[in-house]
Design a protein around this ligand. Structure first.
Ligand code: UT7
Length: 325
């Protein structure tokens, strides 16, 4: 049966130049390189300059992805930016990136699912592309979490970083089998009962401020390992695949211990896992496309390989997608 698939035709990323090491943080709050590395695997993170809002960080990733795709930006008729740190309450960061790319056709909007944002955005773009609603989509995960961190709170400020990653997707015919190139499955979930475990304590509609990130780390950790394994099990049940079939597992990069525990639960060998959390920290919606771009650029992820992505974040939200690259 001939169907439409959303194929990844380009991938790119951007990291701000400034690197903040664990040692630098240990000079500001009561923490240590040893604690951060042992509990999270994080050694450093990038922090955006004052003149680098999320739209600028996202634009640079978008430009890299479009250059990698080798297409003219005017071909893009859908832009989705997954972000929890938009430049403004409105307009959407996506429309600012659209304008900076010189694109005047199609639609551009932001999507808010915090750390799961890229998976949700990819699933959304896939629905447009495979139903004829768009022909080429730019999906960006872009964040400047440094702006919403309480730099006095050692339990959260050591965990996050800034950055952006992007993919260009194009609708292309497929046979409707797992051999097709493109997005093969997506699963997204939410459970709003857990709001208080990971949230920002401000907002335009409540406090009229931006607020700071608050997290009950241990609780989030517990739910993350369970929910991530559940969403990937759905993918395996739907496709008949197992962990051994996955060429590259590219999880959300929040904590090395969550990544390892999830890979172990799913039977995915650690040599098939892309890890960037050590150098990027948790960049929320940007973490997966940043990791995809790194492994695509260095030749680990090759055309035709099976790539599994998954994420869990505030809300709670969680989800996964299986892509034949
Ligand atoms: O991306 C969205 C999803 N987010 C996540 O997935 C994050 C999930 N959670 C985690 O990654 C981990 O829970 C953390 C890394 C946040 C914390 O690790 P933990 O092993 O769960 O530590 P904990 O929160 O139980 O804290 C252990 C101790 C506490 O001290 P006491 O109460 O045992 O005396 C904390 O006060 O470590 C203390 N602590 C720190 N010590 C040094 C907390 N933060 C720090 C710190 N430096 N930065």
């Amino acid at each position: 049966m001939s169907i439409l698939r959303s194929q990844v035709v380009g991938c790119g990323s951007y990291l701000p130049a400034r690197i903040v090491t664990n040692a630098e943080l240990a000079a500001r709050v009561d923490t240590s390189d040893e604690w951060i590395v042992q509990r999270t695997g994080i050694r450093q993170r990038h922090v955006a300059a004052d003149d680098e809002p999320t739209s600028v960080v996202g634009l640079k990733a978008a430009q890299a992805a479009i250059a990698d795709a080798g297409i003219d930006p005017s071909e893009i008729d859908l832009i989705i930016v997954a972000t929890a740190t938009p430049d403004h309450t409105f307009p959407a960061t996506a429309t600012q990136i659209q304008a900076a790319l010189g694109i005047t056709g199609g639609a551009a909007f932001d999507l808010q699912a915090v750390c799961s944002g890229f998976v949700f955005a990819l699933a959304t773009a896939d629905k447009f592309l495979t139903t004829g609603g768009a022909r080429a989509a730019l999906v960006i995960g872009a964040e400047t979490f440094s702006r919403i961190l309480d730099w006095e709170d050692r339990a959260t400020c050591v965990l996050f970083g800034d950055g952006a990653g992007a993919v260009v997707l194009k609708a292309a015919p497929g046979e409707g089998t797992l051999a097709d190139r493109g997005i093969l499955t997506t699963h997204i979930r939410s459970d709003g009962r857990h709001k208080d475990k990971l949230y920002v304590d401000g907002g335009a509609g409540s406090t009229k401020t931006v607020g700071f990130l608050r997290m009950e780390g241990k609780e989030v950790f517990r739910h993350a390992v369970t929910n991530l394994a559940e969403t990937v099990r759905h993918t395996f049940e739907q496709t008949g695949l197992s962990g051994a079939d996955i060429d590259w597992f590219v999880p959300h990069q929040a904590n090395r211990r969550i990544i390892d525990a999830t890979a172990d639960k799913l039977g995915i060998s650690h040599d098939h896992v892309v890890v960037t959390v050590d150098r990027h920290g948790n960049t929320s919606a940007a973490s997966i496309p940043l990791a995809l771009a790194e492994a695509h650029a260095d030749g680990r992820i090759k055309r035709g390989q099976l790539v599994l992505i998954e994420a869990m974040g505030g809300g709670f939200t969680w989800g996964s997608a299986l892509i034949r690259w």
